[in-house]
Ligand binder design. Sequence first.
Ligand SMILES: Nc1ncnc2c1ncn2[C@@H]1O[C@H](COP(=O)(O)OP(=O)(O)OP(=O)(O)O)[C@@H](O)[C@H]1O
Length: 527
Amino acid sequence: MTAHEAPDDLGPERPGLPEGFRIDGEWELGAVIGSGGWGTVYEGRSLADGTPVAVKVLPTGSLAPGTRTAFGELVAREVRFSAGADHPHLVRTRAVRTLAVPDLPALDGATALVMDRAEASVKDVLDAAEPGRAVADAARILGGVAAGLAHMHGAGWVHGDLKPANVLLGAGGQVWLADFGLAVELDGSHAHLPPLGTLDHLPPEWWSQRTGTLGSVVRPTADVWAFGILAHQVLTGGLHPFPGATARARSLAAQSYARGTAPLRLDAGLDEGWRVLIADCLAPDHASRQPHTAQRLAARVERLVRDARPHRRRTGPVVAALLGLTAVAVAGMALLGGDGPAGGDRAGDRRTAGATGPATGAPGRGAAAGTAAPGALRPDADVPDALRPVIDRAAHRCTDEEVTPALLAAMLKVESGFDVNAARPARDEYGIAMWTPSVFRAWAVDGDGDGDKDHMSAPDAIATMSLYACWLDQRFKQEGLPKEDLQALIVAGYRTSDRTVIEERGVPERVRPHVEEVLRHLAAYER
Ligand SMILES: Nc1ncnc2c1ncn2[C@@H]1O[C@H](COP(=O)(O)OP(=O)(O)OP(=O)(O)O)[C@@H](O)[C@H]1O
């Protein structure tokens, strides 16, 4: 949400919750991370397993009656959207609670959103950036933002407040859209929003439209405009595409451009592909921006991310340094790295160093000789020879012990029978790992390091399967699901979703036969 445009009468001094405050005996609050226009975000941790979380507390008690209705509506929206958001590029809300704090009347009855905790926002990165130079990992960050937006628009929502502060970066390199207080559900082609967006990211047409009782009309093209501004900032170390020392001056410059009285002057240092994409996002009005849907932009950004890859092999650690990440977080980033052999090798080394048993990090069947690590493939397993090194390498991207070569092989066996050309068009699933292309895009890993991420390429599809399995594994651990069931749950999550498995706290009935078949193969494949 926006700090500058929020009404001033949200309450005098905003009261805070003390460190150590517990929510429902499940989470404990720590220090304040920051406050926005509507609420305060605290560090927190799960009392069950110490998992770090961020808790956003949205009070309503201290508001003037006139403000309360509008604010209550925004809170309801944030809660409604957050609870339903389920995508790797949208920050995950783990729980929504109503606080009971009779001693602090202003916070009694406040809503608390318990979210995955980020390390930093893109705003933090831009604040530390050198103007004129793209921030480290710029293309990948923008790829995540575009994929998150495409998902929101596809699901019938508009973000409404896309800006650097609302793009969060997780400790493992994840890119999450956040702050859904202004997210609105589309009613046909548009929705209504109170006039609250951020000046610097509002489209020029916003200023000329009348604000009705329902608020301003907001359409997906407003997010596309905001993405254009954000992309320019990320690719130029924070430079806004419109001139002016203040947000208001820049918004006036944007309006002059939209009226045709000033040209669009993008930074001269931008690569041609990005320049064209940003110019499309910054088309002067709703109609001319409309063809550039978030879905199309996401596909274009993905191509640009791919093209940028040879130059960014070494950027993961740079982002880590910039964000002050820990060694553990850097290790997580190697796991997530879709950067081909470099990322894979780092993960392999780490596994070697950390493992108590002999290393299986070396790709290929060499690992089958001598003492094999748990989960290594049996030499007589019916897995095609050519795939063994690919599966080994993919499994070693994940440092969690449940994601083994035998598990991935058993999943592939049942998904496609190791057929690289397998297809189930009715379910929109293709290739050896039966990826749905739009889902694959959100996770895609370049398994063979050829600069391309293709769900029909076995190395890419299998490496991506491993990454996704690893993430599922970590989710289920965070949720405290039984350790002995984790492999079965990963298989079930791959066929359904993390949320379905977590909600059912086990293997959903409808995928039970599939899971049992995979487990049979797993038993036969494991050394
Ligand atoms: N899940 C999270 N993990 C870590 N930090 C977060 C998380 N969500 C929000 N923050 C941080 O908490 C601070 C307050 O966030 P909040 O969304 O309330 O306001 P904002 O986006 O800064 O401003 P506004 O709401 O006015 O637009 C910001 O610094 C934001 O980066």
